[in-house]
Design a protein around this ligand. Sequence first.
Ligand SMILES: NC(=O)c1ccc[n+]([C@@H]2O[C@H](COP(=O)([O-])OP(=O)(O)OC[C@H]3O[C@@H](n4cnc5c(N)ncnc54)[C@H](O)[C@@H]3O)[C@@H](O)[C@H]2O)c1
Length: 256
Amino acid sequence: MKIDYSGKSVVVTGAGGVIGRASAILFAQLGASVVASDMNEESLRETAQSILKEGGSVESIVADVTDADEAAGIVKFACSKFGRLDVLFNNAGGSLPTPMERIDREQFHRIRSLNFDAVYHASMEALPVMVSNGGGVILSTTSGAGSGAVNGLAVYGAAKAGVNSLMRSIAVEYGQRGIRANAIAPSAASPGMVDWVKSRPGGLEGYLSKQPMGRLGTPEDVASVAVFLASEFAGFVNGVVLPVDGGIEAMFAVPS
Ligand SMILES: NC(=O)c1ccc[n+]([C@@H]2O[C@H](COP(=O)([O-])OP(=O)(O)OC[C@H]3O[C@@H](n4cnc5c(N)ncnc54)[C@H](O)[C@@H]3O)[C@@H](O)[C@H]2O)c1
C-alpha cells in the first residue's frame, strides 16, 4: 500500500507560508487535487506555481480566515471546484511573541480569531460536506504552546489549546460518521523561528544543546506527518495532538 491521494480533494489554509506550502506541494505530489488558500496573494501564487510546475492539480483562493464567511467560503470553493472535500488542513496561524500585559483587546481578538475561530468556522462548514460524502479528515496545525506555557504566547497558546480540544471533540462526536480529526504540534520548524530561538536565553546554541535531537524542525517534517495523518495509514488515529518536535514535549523541564 502506498499513500495515494488520487481523486481526493485537500484544502490547505496558510498555503503561502512555509508549512502550508510544503504540505500543499506534498499532497499534490501524492495525487491530491489541492485547494490552496492564504490571505497573501503573492505567496499563494508561488505555492500554486510550484505545484503546477510539477504537473500537480491546484486551485487557489485568497481568503482572510479571521472572517467567518471567508473561512467557510474556502470549503465552499473546494466543493465547487472539485465536487467533494476529503481533507481540510487548518494550518493558517501564528503570533508575534508579546508579554501578556502588553496584549490589548484588539490583539487578543486578532490572535484568537486567526488561531482558533478560523479553525472552528472552516471545520463547521466542512463537517456536513464530509458526512454527506461518507467521511473525511480534519487536521489542524496547533503548537507546543497549546500544551505548555511559552513566554509571550499566552493568547496564542490558549487558542491552540482550544484547537486541540476542538479536534478531540470532532473526533469523538463525528467518529461514527467516518470523520477523523487530529492536531499536529510542531516546535520551531521553520527558518522564521530561528530569530525567536536566538532571542531566548542561551540563544540558538543553548536551544539546540537541549533539543533532544539537536536540530530545529523543518516544514517538511510537519508536511510528512500531515499527509500520513490524513491517509488511510492513520485510519485508526483519531483525536490526537501529535507533537512534531524531536522530543521536546517528552522532556520534563527543570529550572536551571
Ligand atoms: N513554524 C513553526 O515552527 C511553528 C511552530 C508551531 C506552530 N506553528 C503553526 O504552524 C502553522 C503554519 O505556520 P508557518 O510556520 O508556516 O508560518 P508562516 O507565517 O510561514 O505561514 C502562515 C501563513 O498563514 C497566512 N495567514 C496569516 N493570517 C492569515 C489570515 N488571517 N487569513 C489567511 N491566511 C493567513 C500567512 O499569510 C502565511 O502565509 C501556524 O498555525 C503556526 O501557528 C508553526
